[in-house]
Ligand binder design. Sequence first.
Ligand code: ADP
Ligand code: TYD
Length: 211
Amino acid sequence: MNAVNQTDAKRGRFITFEGIDGAGKSTHIGYVTALLEAAGKTVVSTREPGGTPLGEKLRDLVLHEKMHLETEALIMFASRREHVAQVVEPAIVRGDWVLSDRFTDASFAYQGGGRGLDRAKLEALEQWVHPHLQPDLTLLFDVPLDVARARLSATRTLDKFEMEQGEFFARVRGEYLRRAQASDGRIVVIDSTQTIDGVRAALKAALEAFL
Ligand SMILES: Nc1ncnc2c1ncn2[C@@H]1O[C@H](COP(=O)(O)OP(=O)(O)O)[C@@H](O)[C@H]1O
Ligand SMILES: Cc1cn([C@H]2C[C@H](O)[C@@H](COP(=O)(O)OP(=O)(O)O)O2)c(=O)[nH]c1=O
């Protein structure tokens, strides 16, 4: 059972994209949206942190201001609370398919793996903010750090996270992969070192198995 405890086939689905900065997530949002629409789904494309007017204000703060790592985690979940209440759950109830560029796996990967915040605290926030909602499918775009770094072109002004050093992203990537291993198939690892067409073929296969 998910989110809104609907069992009928009309319930929408919740799909999330994850991966370290520069993995190639944003590049494929449009492609996956088109695949889902071709399959007759109404897609709500969104992102975290953000996804609501308040969430976008919190996004600007948390991506650019220095702060205590617990403050950072709390702001991510505050933005998420608004996002789940205003966007994600209403869409699923309507029967729409939500495609979110990041969700709670990113909190475990970045605040937990990257910053070292106690996993139990993140689990407590997860249970408080969305006890009955988990993505139905998470597509984890996986690349080695040097590939991601090379892709974060100079033209893109780096945010607070993107300015972190390699060790940080090694921990973030490691936590993503650990969660994928433990996810019982909910998190599907996509080798994003392939060409864009190669990644699209992998995405199509993952979605066809899911649809
Ligand atoms: N498979 C790929 N091969 C080569 N370049 C890629 C690939 N996927 C994405 N890119 C490029 O890498 C950069 C970062 O991609 P982006 O989708 O913004 O990453 P993310 O959203 O994961 O941070 C972009 O310039 C994009 O064009
Ligand atoms: C959702 C979420 C994101 N983040 C981080 C990951 C990213 O570095 C950043 C969001 O930026 P990102 O998703 O990469 O957007 P853009 O493609 O515009 O850079 O926030 C967390 O640390 N914790 C979270 O819970």
